[in-house]
Ligand binder design. Structure first.
Ligand code: PHE
Length: 348
């Protein structure tokens, strides 16, 4: 028994000495010391058949052999690691003349998103909620609910995409919303009064497209409902808006304009920020840029939203977010915005 142990030790130490790399060294570890079927482990199983002095001596010797093999293994491990490092160091080199890898490319926000987020922050700071709404809208919400009945000539102001099978003459006509105004009524129905919301979003018109017309563009709608609201509140909020957009010197003027869902209705113009009101190509030499529609919410619209016009008043405004983006960045063809053209989009 004891000779077997000594023989095993000699054999193991010789094998370890001869080993050249860490993989083979691991194999040896399993072969000799492996817990399941290692040769030393197997020999030690004989321990249980021995007794007294014999058991003691054998046990001590077995431990000695184990320590010797483990020690040799550890030394070899250090030796191999060091020589492998040294080898790597000798073969590795750094080419300091190699050009750097191209920098990671990041996407950028669409110009619409940039302006929309900026305005969401501005209006949130004034206590407005920001709402989303359906782009496929019922004819009822898009028109009737905002005081444009089926036979009303104002329907001609907006060229509408009707949905196949749900056209104007069907029972439940559906349209791609032509404006964000239907959300005025949806918001009132959902949240009641008092109310302060803006609704930025996509709208659609059946246009022949050119540099100024596009079938898909963005609007931003706002509505405020409360007791004792009058048109000076409207003007105050719009002034904050235009100064934020075009600087503190910007002037706002409101002139009467007809929109079916407001009474009185106005259109809002700002002093042209390019020529500061002197007159240029962009403002068609008038010094003013028309940027929005607004007015006091029509009692019929309040009623449609379930709000009592004898108790509450409100104002609403709407503008083309797309137009603001074009003015701000000097974009002269509206079609670029929906084109997905990376050469265009990467500039922002
Ligand atoms: N919805 C109108 C448009 O698309 C804009 C508007 C909104 C006007 C709210 C007045 C009040 O032209």
């Amino acid at each position: 028994m004891q000779e077997k142990l000594i023989k095993l030790k000699d054999e193991a130490l010789k094998a370890i000495e001869a080993v050249k790399n860490s993989v083979n060294l691991e194999d040896l570890e399993i072969k000799f010391l492996g817990r399941k079927n290692g040769e030393l482990t197997n020999l030690m199983k004989g321990l249980k058949d021995l007794e007294g002095e014999a058991k003691k001596t054998f046990g001590a010797l077995a431990n000695e052999v184990k320590t010797a093999i483990e020690g040799a293994m550890n030394n070899k491990k250090t030796e191999i690691t060091q020589s492998e490092w040294a080898k790597n160091l000798a073969t590795e080199s750094i080419d300091i003349s190699q050009p750097s890898l191209p920098a990671q490319k990041f996407g950028s926000f669409h110009p619409n998103t940039i302006i929309q987020r900026d305005l969401e922050n501005l209006f949130s700071a004034m206590g407005f909620m920001v709402l989303d709404g359906p782009e496929l809208e019922s004819d009822y919400y898009n028109f009737n609910a905002v005081n444009i009945p089926a036979d009303h000539p104002a329907r001609d102001m907006q060229d509408t995409f009707y949905i196949k099978g749900f056209d104007f003459f069907s029972e439940n006509p559906q349209v791609m919303r032509t404006q964000t105004s239907p959300m005025q009524v949806r918001a009132m129905q959902k949240y009641g009064a008092p109310l302060r919301v803006i609704i930025p979003g996509k709208v659609f018109r059946n246009e022949s497209t050119d540099v100024r017309h596009e079938h898909t563009f963005y609007q931003l709608e706002g509505i405020v409902i409360d007791k004792d609201i009058n048109i000076s509140h409207l003007k105050g909020v719009l002034q904050v808006l235009v100064k934020h957009l075009y600087g503190p010197e910007t002037k706002l003027r409101l002139r009467p304009k007809y929109y079916p869902f407001v009474e009185p209705g106005v259109n809002g113009e700002v002093t042209c920020f390019l020529c500061e009101g002197k007159g240029c190509r962009v403002c068609k030499h008038s010094g003013w840029l028309e940027i929005l529609g607004a007015g006091m919410v029509h009692p019929n619209v309040l009623k449609e939203g379930g709000v009592d016009p004898k108790v509450y008043q409100g104002f609403a405004f709407g503008f083309g977010l797309t137009r603001l983006v074009m003015l701000k960045y000097g974009i002269d063809d509206i079609r670029l915005l929906e084109s997905g053209d990376l050469k265009f989009l990467k500039q922002f």
